[in-house]
Design a binder for this molecule. Structure first.
Ligand code: RIB
Ligand code: CA
Length: 318
């Protein structure tokens, strides 16, 4: 039986790599991809997602337009890292057009796909959580129908990559992150910012990985030139408490969703998001003291099997 996935993305470079891992996984069926504002505008996310599907010859997978801005916060993008277009600013003159985007709105599609596949869908969220927050408002029983939720977002030691104490996805739509961590009581796995930095791979692996002579490897090499340069700079590493290695944040949550034996160390703890803090808004709060009396605990990923992870990355470019 294939694992049924729905991906909620803000296709940027690491989302693109995550989608490619999912497409290459033999035991996975992607029911659909819902797009959100985030790394770039929703329109660019839609175009970028279609470009990824085109290079993987999978334009059959439905792509839906979700929310174009956060619930309350002002829009914020990450063009300094992902490029103005969100995919490294290397436009493709033959890119697929937006006419391929489904008519149905992304949040409606999310609710319907989960309704039609009750108990079978693993939802992978690698964008700000606006679509998921609106979906649970539309169908409050949605989380009960989910098999599992994997999130790339938040932080475990208040390290920020966007504000002093905030990771991008949880800062861009803090209210949505709060709603999701409150209302999604299905098995929830979180790949935090620090976790992705601490499970990075050597750049030598990255270079060998993209040296293979395939269109997929060439595509990733092309779109990731800008972000790789950024990631290697000492200033970026210092400012973002990022590690020195190669770590495409979204690929960890996706890879774990495809094969949860990848996770070799984790802890279960109730979590929430700070909404008010002058310096801490968007920070993920881990309630080890259990003062919040939350029954639902999230699985905080700590370590992954890097050899298995490399295998999944290699398969993604073949
Ligand atoms: O903080 C990293 C996250 O923000 C990733 O999902 C990346 O794609 C950006 O959206
Ligand atoms: Ca993302």
């Amino acid at each position: 039986m294939k694992k049924k996935l729905i991906l909620d993305v803000d296709t940027g470079v690491d989302d693109a790599q995550a989608i490619m891992i999912a497409l290459a996984a033999p035991n996975v069926e992607i029911l659909g991809i819902t797009c959100s504002h985030g790394n770039t505008t929703l329109e660019n996310v839609l175009k970028n997602t279609l470009r990824v599907l085109k290079v993987c010859n999978r334009l059959d997978i439905p792509v839906y337009a979700g929310c174009s801005e956060p619930l309350l916060s002002n829009e914020r993008h990450a063009s300094y890292f992902h490029g103005k277009d969100g995919l490294g600013d290397v436009p493709d003159p033959d890119a697929p057009g937006l006419e391929l985007v489904q008519e149905k709105k992304g949040v409606q599609a999310l609710v319907e796909m989960i309704e039609q596949n009750q108990g079978e869908v693993t939802l992978v969220a690698t964008a700000p959580l606006t679509n998921l927050a609106v979906a649970v408002q539309l169908d409050p029983s949605l989380p009960k129908k989910l098999k599992a939720l994997y999130i790339m977002g938040g932080n475990i030691e208040s390290r920020g990559n966007t504000t002093i104490c905030g990771e991008f996805n949880f800062v861009v739509d803090t209210e949505a992150a709060y709603i999701v961590l409150e209302r999604y009581t299905c098995p929830t796995y979180i790949a935090s910012w620090e976790f992705t930095c601490r499970n990075s791979l050597p750049w030598s692996f990255h270079d060998e990985w993209l040296a293979v002579k395939t269109a997929k490897a060439a595509f990733i090499k092309n779109i990731s030139r800008l972000s790789s340069e950024k990631s290697k700079s000492a200033e970026y590493q210092k400012k973002n408490s990022a590690g020195k290695g190669f770590s495409a944040c979204d690929t960890y949550a996706l890879a774990a969703a495809v094969d949860d034996t990848l996770i070799t160390d984790s802890e279960e703890v109730a979590v929430t998001v700070e909404l008010q803090g002058a310096s801490t808004r968007g920070m993920m709060v881990l309630d080890y003291m259990e003062l919040l009396k939350k029954k639902h605990k999230a699985v905080i990923m700590k370590k992954v099997d890097l050899e298995k992870f490399k295998q999944m990355l290699r398969r993604a470019v073949m």
